[in-house]
Write a protein of this length. Sequence first.
Lengths: 309, 269
Amino acid sequence: MPITFEHVSYNYNPADAKKRGASIPQALDDVSLTIPDGQFLAIIGHTGSGKSTLVQHMNGLLQPTSGRVLVDGLDLAEKANRRAVRRYVGLTFQYPEYQLFANTVAEDVAFGPRNLGVDEDEVQRRVRSALDHLGLSYGEVGQQSPFELSGGQQRRVAIAGALAMHPKVLVLDEPMAGLDPQGRIEIMQHVHELHDELGLTIVMVTHSMEDVAENAQSVLVLNRGRVFMHGTPAEVFSHAAELHDINLGVPRATKFADELRGRGFPLPPDIITLEQLADAIASRIGPRTKEQYLALMQAGEADGGERRG
Amino acid sequence: MDSNRMLVFGSYYATDSVLHRMDPRIKLTIAVVYMITAIIAVTLQGIIPLAVFTVVAVSLSNIPWRELFNSIKPLLFIMALAAIFNIVATNEGTLYWQWGYFAISSGGFYNALVFTLRIGLMLFAASLLTLTTSPIDLADGLAAIMRPLTRLGVPVQELSMMVSIAFRFLPTFLDEYYKVKGAQESRGACFDQGGLIKRLKLLMPLLAPLFASAFRHAEKLAQAMDSRCYRGGADRTRLHPMSVGRADVLALLFTAAMVAGLIVIRVFW
Ligand SMILES: Nc1ncnc2c1ncn2[C@@H]1O[C@H](COP(=O)(O)OP(=O)(O)OP(=O)(O)O)[C@@H](O)[C@H]1O
Ligand SMILES: [Mg+2]
């Protein structure tokens, strides 16, 4: 199920654009990209840069004003194709918990597979396994009202609702927005597992550069509806200055590594995760006793690069 | 907003013009006077002052004629029906054809023409009012005009607050409606096919989240108003007080001229 965008532009109000000329940027402006099978793609960009607009093209909820979107070679301009594709491309909106509606969690998760006409036994199996994949127990929450759950749990129920369709691609628009740190970590972990264990293609919109660095294989940076950068996290985060210009940061590990380099502490390039940073520093300094450190500091040789271990 | 969503709010056309800046109370008053004038003007000559007034108002409004025509398009059908009714139900002047009560006569065509023009002009005027006045201004203007009813125990302030809030949240709900619809469509729901039962079943996934969100908004709004010490009824002042300016006075004079013109025409022509 590769997803391909060919010169996609989108305007929320085409008449308006004509009236006011090109002064207002389009929500999407000539976006081309391919998402291969099994990839973990992160989409980042300042607020209003078009991330949500972009992902809604992936299952045909929005259709390009110009250009084409192909999923598995099927052009989503055709209604029949859109319908066929929704089965394989699961999508959750920003704050997906606001779309829960059923009396019980199990009923809500079952909505998708029932729409697909799956038989009831299979529906129940899917509900259980989808909840399970998001760390929710069917026995505990299955018969509860979704409105009684905590925000983080509701969020996971909503994602389970998409997962129960058994998609090949899961598109998540800011799945961690507005959650507490523990809730964020849990959801991120489950998403990561869906990618690793089920082999799903994941497209995730996020504002957390740490999540990008630690999970994504590829990053798409949007700015004012245009593709600003597209590459591996290491490539993208090596352009800190450009990112800064469009109000985006780099992971804390990258920033810290830069600070150290600025103080003359040599480190290899492309440090984006905490783990890489710790490894790099440890291998620079090597194991030393406290006395050795103190001696080094006194000698004013904070640069440990010259005398390793 | 999507182009197909715009239709719902096609009523207000955001731009800047003398008409947009006028006091909503004055605009409402003029609209009422205009309607009465249009009812009184039953001859072709009588329509002249109305037409002049309308053309001047529209040209001052910065609103393209096409937009104005679009806004009354849904009502053209009714106008056509009324015209046909006028044609067949009148029997005056030269008679061309008759069948029972139905007659086609020169008088019928005349009546149809005058009637259609009057209705058309009235629709233009009503449309111009909503196109140049935001719903909130309209509600406030209406409340200001109805203010005297407070003495009769009508809670005008509260009603106007409610209407303003409703207007304020319409776009929000519309936005949420599209989001919920998209989310359920992503889960394989098809809202545009299937029989009645199937469609009714799909109302729940659409409406339940919308109601939930309405309650959420209501609660938050109530808290926000409470924490700002909102008190209904207590003689509230406005952030942007409505004031009658030069343009308003000129507009009133122009309206008076239109009415005077009609009277002169009806008496002497
Ligand atoms: N329903 C809509 N109607 C009109 N314009 C819209 C609509 N939704 C979004 N836009 C506009 O399109 C542009 C892109 O919006 P989009 O929601 O895709 O941004 P985003 O990158 O997802 O932002 P955020 O990080 O805040 O979620 C913005 O300028 C926004 O104002
Ligand atoms: Mg968004």
